[in-house]
Design a protein around this ligand. Sequence first.
Ligand SMILES: [Zn+2]
Length: 111
Amino acid sequence: MARCPVCGRGRLFAGVLKFRDRCEACGADFSRLEDTGDGPAIFVIFIVGIFIVPLPVLLSVVAGWPSWLSLGIFIPVIVVVSVLLLRWLRGAMFTQQWRRAAREQRFQGKS
Ligand SMILES: [Zn+2]
């Protein structure tokens, strides 16, 4: 999901989460498509919040781990998993927007 939706060869991201303006392989203009907005972040919040955040609490309460240990392990895990998941979901949503030629809707009629 981190490759160009047109040619599949060029990289989609310029950094960890920032999209490139153009495909380096085929020259497709990524800047003409609107950003993916808050959609990927909502999915990350639900996935990480439901499946990962309860783990340090369970380890502290059920298994008796000290809080500093479970938080020391899981805070970096939550950050890394969130960024990786956000990157993957941003790429997936951008690709779906591109393939469906999605555009930002604007009001054009009278009120
Ligand atoms: Zn391309």
